[in-house]
Design a protein around this ligand. Structure first.
Ligand code: ATP
Ligand code: MG
Length: 321
């Protein structure tokens, strides 16, 4: 075999901005986010409510219009998806799927499990016989029984409904799945089952995940790398070991110190964040975190620190490391 050229990342997000129009000033929900995601890799995105995690995910799949920046999926810029031929759009949409927090609200209450799974398969052109086989296969893959195929969403538990959401995403053989708070609504024991399912599926199908969660403890179990967002920006990004054992940004340190885990590496004084969660409606000047930061100096109020590499794959945006 001839040596192949190393493929680029499956997904490259470059300086992505999503600003919403509001009466007074634009809401900078996502304000210059950049990252790569390799095939088979999981990038966790964490941060407090309102920091722009969902908006980042939704703009990648074009459900929210990006204001500027590039979303390059396997070499194709998805921010210009609408200018591509319809068949090409459908093909690209198939390759990225989303699993939401609350499958109950994203599942049609009047459709049985079979009908729910049948629809995407029909859109993507499978024959009736192929669809029947595929549905049986998908149910087995996500640990549901074919006997349950004619049931309606309300007849399933929360964990089972999330399995349906995963089966629906998996139906069209995607390469990237965006999991937006996919296990956040579930009991811890059910969370673990669903996470294990996602990890098994990732290994089997070489899936890439963008795993969005406000819960760092969940992300620690699944992510290869983690991006920490604050007010629309990534403030720290690192392989998960480095992020969890050697966090550098004061915001990451505060988030981690708030996780109640019996991990001796992380025992120590619990840092408490000062001030309220700022809103992207009135984001502070300079470093967006300076209003809550115990380490701030005068420069922080004026100059936004760039995300800077401090070790392999580890970058931080802070003036005072
Ligand atoms: N369609 C919209 N119009 C106006 N503002 C929006 C819209 N969608 C999101 N926002 C605002 O953008 C910011 C980011 O929201 P987003 O839903 O991305 O946050 P999040 O990090 O996913 O939060 P959570 O953890 O609560 O899910 C918030 O201030 C939100 O109010
Ligand atoms: Mg969200």
């Amino acid at each position: 075999m001839t040596s192949a050229v190393a493929p680029g990342p499956l997904l490259r997000v470059n300086d992505l901005k999503v600003h919403f129009n509001a009466k007074s000033a634009p809401i900078r929900a996502v304000d210059g986010v950049s990252f790569d995601l390799a095939r088979g890799e999981t990038l966790g995105i964490v941060g407090e409510s309102g920091c722009g995690k969902t908006t980042t995910g939704m703009s990648i799949v074009n459900l929210t219009q990006a204001t500027s920046g590039d979303v390059i999926f396997d070499g194709v810029d998805l921010t210009h998806l609408h200018s591509l031929p319809k068949s090409r759009q459908l093909e690209l949409r198939r390759r990225i799927q989303v699993v939401f927090q609350d499958p109950y609200s994203s599942l049609n209450p009047r459709k049985t499990l079979t009908q729910t799974l049948d629809k995407p398969l029909r859109i993507h052109g499978l024959t009736a016989a192929e669809r029947k086989d595929r549905i049986a296969y998908l149910l087995e893959k996500v640990g549901l029984s074919p006997k349950q195929a004619d049931r309606y969403p309300h007849e399933f538990s929360g964990g089972q409904r999330q399995r349906i959401g995963i089966a629906r995403a998996l139906a069209v053989s995607p390469e990237l799945i965006i999991c937006d708070e996919a296990v956040s609504a579930l009991d811890v024991s059910i969370q673990a089952q669903i996470i294990n399912l996602l990890l098994d599926l990732q290994e089997e199908f070489n899936l890439s995940y963008l795993f969005i969660s406000h819960d760092l403890a969940v992300v620690e179990h699944v992510a290869d790398r983690v991006a920490v967002m604050y007010l629309g920006k990534i403030v720290e990004m690192a392989p998960y070991q480095a992020l969890f054992t050697d966090p550098q940004h004061p915001y990451t340190q505060a988030l981690l110190s708030a996780i109640p885990v019996p991990d001796p590496r992380r025992r120590g004084a619990r840092l408490v964040l000062q001030g309220d969660v700022s809103s992207p409606l009135n984001a502070p000047s300079g470093c967006p975190f300076h209003t809550r930061c115990a380490r701030k100096s005068s420069v922080c109020q004026v100059v936004a620190p760039p995300l800077t590499g401090i070790a392999e794959d580890h970058s931080v945006s802070c003036h005072n490391l």
